[in-house]
Design a protein around this ligand. Structure first.
Ligand code: PEP
Ligand code: MG
Length: 739
C-alpha cells in the first residue's frame, strides 16, 4: 500500500499479491459505482479487457448476492450455483471454486472482493477470515481514491475528501451553525490496522473487554454517575450482548489474523452496520443498534477514554453522527455544540426532541455524511434551508458568517425586549407563551420573555426514557416546572402518545394510518391505569397552587367528559385521604380535528378553554400529512379556507364564552402569526426561538388597520394567501421576524 502508485496500479498490485498469497487462480475487485452497479476495477486471472467494462447489478450473480447480504459467500462449484451469472467477456469458464467477501465502509457495501480457483475446493474458515481482513484495508484505500476509480466522478481528478460538497437534509431544529466537524463514532485510522505483536494485542483486547463489561455492571448496580441517563432495560440488553461469547470470539479471531484490537472491533462494527442497513425487523434492528453502540464503547476504551460518549469538544463543534440517543446528546450538550447532523431521518426521533429543546440547529436524514467527511473539516449547517456545506470555499463561509452576524444582532434586540409587553401600536395586548416539554426548556422561560407555558408536552418525559416514568418521577417533573414558572401559567397537555410519538412499550407500528389511529386521548382513555397515574401526578404536583391541563386531540365532547371524570376521581381520591389538592383547576380541550368545532357548544360550561393544535388540525383539515415534505404546500394555513375556518373557531368560542388560544408551530412563524392575530387570536404559544421576533413584530403593528386590510383581501383571494399577506404587512410597515 505504501508504494507510490496511483489508484488503478495499486489495486492491480493488490489483486496480484492476494492471488499469490492465497494460491488462487483469480482475484478480482468490484466496486460500487454512483449508479449502484458493481464494476470490475481490477483483476488477476480474468481477462484484462473486462476491467471497467464488466458491470453487474446490485442483485446480479454471486457478486451481487454478496453485496445484497453483506456476508461472505464460499462455493465449491460456482457455475452450478443458481445465482451464478455468466459473463463471457471475463473468461471465467474454467473456474469452479469461488470465495467472495463484501468491502464494507460506513455501514455500506462499497464493493466485493473475490478469489477463484480452477479446481473444486472448499475455502477454510481462516481463508475467509483473511480475505475479510484484506477487504477492510481495501475499503480504506478505495475510499480515498474512489473518485479516480469510478467513471462519473473522476473528471477533474480532485480527491473526494478535499472537495466542497453540499448535502441536503430535513430540518429537525432550526438555526445556523458553523464550526469544525467532529464524529460521534470513533474512527480507526488505517495506520492503526495491524497488530505489531499478536500476543500483546490479544491482551489489550481482553483487558478492554473486561473493562467494558465491568463498566456495564457498575451502571446496572445503580451507580447513577456512570449511567449517563441510559435507562436500565437498555443496559440489561447491553450486558447480555457484551457477554456474548460469539462477539468476543469474533473480535479475538480478528486479532489472531493480524489486526490490531481497534481494527478488529472496527471490522465487527462494519458488519453490524451492514446488517442493520438491510434488517427490517424492529427487534433485530434494536439489537444491532445496541451492538454498534457496544463496538463504539469498546473503541473508546481502547482509545483510552471510559466508554461514554462524553464530549470534551470546545464551542464551535458540529457533531456528526449516524444516529444518536437522547441521553448521549444531553452528554454532549454541555460542550456547547454549534450544530448537529444525523444520517438517520430523525424528525421524530428522541434525539430530535432534545435537540429542539436545546435549540441546537439540527438536520436529519443527511445520507452518507459520515463517509463523506473528515474529522476537523469545516462545516456549515444551514437548518433554515436544510443544507450542509462540507469544506465550503471562502465565499460561502463569508456569506454565512455575515448571516450569522445578523442573527446575533437581532438576538440582541430581542433580548432588550425581554421585559417589555407584546402590545400592538393600537394598544392590544397579546399573550405570548412557550411550547415546552423537557426540564431544560424551563430555563428558557425567563430568557425568552414569555408570559408562561402554553403547551407542556408531557409525553416527552415518556419518550426520552425507555421505561414508563413512575408516579414520583412524573410528580417531580411537574412540580419542578410549576416552581420554575414562578407563578406564570403552565398548560400541561396530558399524554399525547401515538402517531409519530411511539412508546417503546406500546408501539403501534402495525397501523396503516397511525396519525388517524390509536393515539392521544383515545389511547389515554383506553389505558385508564396509565392515564390516571399521570392525572394523580399532576394533582399532587400542583397541590395548593393553580393547575391547568388540557386533553389532546379530542374529537367529540364525550371524550372530554370521560377524561374530566377521571380527573374528578383523582381529586376525590386525594380529598378523601386528606391530601392537599390544587387551589384552582382549569381544564381545556385541544382542538386538533375539525369535528370538535361542531361540539364546542357541548363543551361550553364544562371546558374552561380551547387550545387549537394547528399542526394536527391543518393536516386533517387539508387531508395533507404534516410529516410529508412533498405535500407541504398543500398543508398551508395561509389559504382562504383554512383562515376562514380558524376565524370561525375564534368567533364560536367568543360566543360560547370559551377562552381560546393556539399552540401549533405556525403561531411562531411571522406571517402565520400575523394572520392568526388578524382573525382574532390573542394568545399564541410557540417554540422558544420565536418569542423575540414575534414580540418585535407585534410591537410594530397597528392591529385594527392591519386586520381590516387582511379581511378585505381574504374575500377575493384564491390559492395561497402568503404573498398577499406579505404585501399587506409591508404596506403596514410591520417588522417581520426575518427582516
Ligand atoms: C399540534 O398538533 O398543533 C400540537 C401542538 O400538538 P403536537 O405538535 O404535539 O401534535
Ligand atoms: Mg397535536
Amino acid at each position: 500500500m505504501a508504494r507510490g502508485e496511483g489508484g488503478r496500479e495499486r489495486l492491480n498490485s493488490v489483486v496480484e499479491l492476494i492471488a499469490a498469497t492465497m494460491v488462487a487462480d483469480v482475484c478480482s475487485i468490484y466496486l460500487r459505482t454512483p449508479n449502484d452497479e458493481l464494476e470490475l476495477v481490477a483483476t488477476e486471472g480474468l481477462r484484462p479487457e473486462a476491467v471497467a467494462s464488466t458491470r453487474l447489478k446490485m442483485d446480479e450473480g454471486l457478486v451481487g448476492q454478496i453485496s445484497l447480504t453483506a456476508e461472505p459467500l464460499s462455493i465449491q462449484d460456482a457455475p452450478r450455483h443458481p445465482s451464478f451469472s455468466y459473463r463471457p467477456e471475463t473468461g471465467e469458464d474454467p473456474y469452479h471454486a469461488f470465495l467472495g467477501v463484501p468491502i464494507l465502509r460506513g455501514g455500506r457495501v462499497t464493493g466485493v472482493l473475490t478469489v477463484q480457483n480452477r479446481t473444486e475446493r472448499a475455502y477454510d474458515v481462516d481463508e475467509i477470515e483473511t480475505l475479510q481482513t484484506i477487504a477492510m484495508v481495501i475499503a480504506e484505500v478505495v475510499a480515498a481514491e474512489m473518485q479516480q476509480l469510478t467513471v462519473a466522478q473522476s473528471l477533474d481528478g480532485t480527491p473526494r475528501l478535499m472537495r466542497p460538497e453540499t448535502l441536503k437534509g430535513r430540518i429537525v431544529s432550526g438555526g445556523l451553525g458553523i464550526g469544525r466537524a467532529r464524529r460521534h463514532d470513533p474512527e480507526v485510522p488505517a495506520a492503526k490496522f495491524f497488530a505489531e505483536n499478536v500476543e500483546d494485542e490479544t491482551l489489550r483486547l481482553a483487558v478492554a473487554l473486561q473493562q467494558l463489561r465491568a463498566s456495564i455492571d457498575t451502571m446496572l448496580a445503580g451507580d447513577a454517575s456512570h449511567l449517563g441517563n441510559d435507562p436500565m432495560d437498555i443496559m440489561e440488553a447491553y450486558r447480555m450482548l457484551a457477554n456474548d461469547p460469539g462477539w468476543a470470539t469474533r473480535l479475538s479471531d480478528g486479532v489472531k489474523a493480524g489486526l490490531s484490537a481497534e481494527a478488529s472491533v472496527d471490522r465487527a462494527r462494519r458488519e453490524h452496520r451492514a446488517r442493520l442497513e438491510s434488517a427490517r425487523d424492529p427487534y433485530l434492528r434494536a439489537r444491532l443498534n445496541d451492538l454498534e453502540d457496544l463496538d463504539n464503547r469498546l473503541l473508546r476504551i481502547l482509545g483510552g477514554s471510559d466508554g461514554e460518549a462524553m464530549a470534551h469538544g470546545a464551542e464551535g463543534t458540529v457533531l456528526v453522527a449516524r444516529r444518536l440517543g437522547p441521553a448521549e446528546l444531553l452528554e454532549y450538550s454541555s460542550a456547547g455544540l454549534a450544530a448537529l447532523v444525523l444520517e438517520e431521518p430523525a424528525a421524530a426521533s428522541h434525539a430530535a426532541i432534545v435537540a429542539r429543546a436545546l435549540n441546537i440547529p439540527t438536520l436529519g436524514g443527511v445520507a452518507n455524511i459520515t463517509t463523506l467527511l473528515d474529522a476537523d473539516d469545516e462545516i456549515i449547517v444551514d437548518a433554515e434551508l436544510g443544507e450542509v456545506h462540507l469544506r465550503p470555499d471562502e465565499g460561502v463561509v463569508s456569506a454565512y458568517k455575515a448571516r450569522a452576524g445578523l442573527r446575533t444582532q437581532r438576538q440582541e434586540i430581542y433580548k432588550q425586549l425581554r421585559e417589555e409587553p407584546a402590545i400592538t401600536q393600537d394598544g392590544v395586548e397579546i399573550s405570548l407563551m412557550l411550547n415546552a416539554g423537557l426540564r431544560l426548556d424551563i430555563d428558557h422561560l425567563g430568557e425568552a420573555g414569555a408570559d408562561g407555558i402554553g403547551l407542556f408536552r408531557t409525553e416527552f418525559q415518556f419518550l426520552v426514557s425507555e421505561k414508563l416514568p413512575s408516579l414520583s418521577e412524573q410528580t417531580e417533573l411537574y412540580s419542578y416546572v410549576i416552581d420554575a414558572a414562578r407563578g406564570r401559567p403552565v398548560l400541561f397537555r396530558t399524554l399525547d402518545i401515538g402517531a409519530d410519538k411511539l412508546l417503546p412499550t406500546y408501539s403501534a407500528t402495525t397501523e396503516d394510518n397511525p396519525a388517524l389511529g390509536w393515539r392521544s386521548i383515545r389511547f389515554a382513555l383506553d389505558r385508564p391505569g396509565l392515564f390516571k397515574r399521570q392525572l394523580r401526578a399532576l394533582v399532587r404536583a400542583a397541590a395548593g397552587r393553580p393547575l391547568s391541563l388540557m386533553f389532546p386531540m379530542v374529537t367529540v365532547a364525550s371524550e372530554f367528559h370521560r377524561a374530566k371524570a377521571l380527573l374528578q376521581e383523582e381529586l376525590d381520591w386525594a380529598r378523601q385521604r386528606g391530601r392537599p389538592v390544587p387551589l384552582k383547576i382549569s381544564v381545556g380541550a385541544m382542538l386538533e380535528t375539525p369535528s370538535l368545532v361542531y361540539e364546542l357548544d357541548a363543551l361550553a360550561g364544562h371546558a374552561d378553554f380551547i387550545s387549537v393544535g394547528s399542526n394536527d388540525l391543518m393536516q386533517f383539515f387539508h387531508a395533507a400529512d404534516r410529516m410529508a415534505p412533498e405535500i407541504s404546500e398543500r398543508y398551508d394555513m395561509l389559504s382562504r379556507p383554512a383562515l376562514t375556518f380558524l376565524g370561525n373557531i375564534v368567533q364560536s368560542c367568543e360566543r360560547l364564552g370559551l377562552k381560546v388560544s393556539i399552540c401549533g408551530t405556525a403561531a411562531g412563524q411571522s406571517l402565520d402569526a400575523l394572520a392568526l392575530l388578524a382573525i382574532g387570536f390573542r394568545q399564541l404559544s410557540m417554540p422558544v426561538g420565536s418569542v423575540g421576533p414575534i414580540k418585535r413584530m407585534i410591537r410594530s403593528m397597528d392591529l385594527a388597520a392591519f386586520s381590516q386590510s387582511v379581511k378585505t383581501a381574504l374575500e377575493t383571494s384564491n390559492g395561497s394567501f402568503r404573498n398577499d399577506l406579505l404585501g399587506i404587512a409591508r404596506q403596514h410597515d410591520i417588522l417581520l421576524a426575518d427582516a
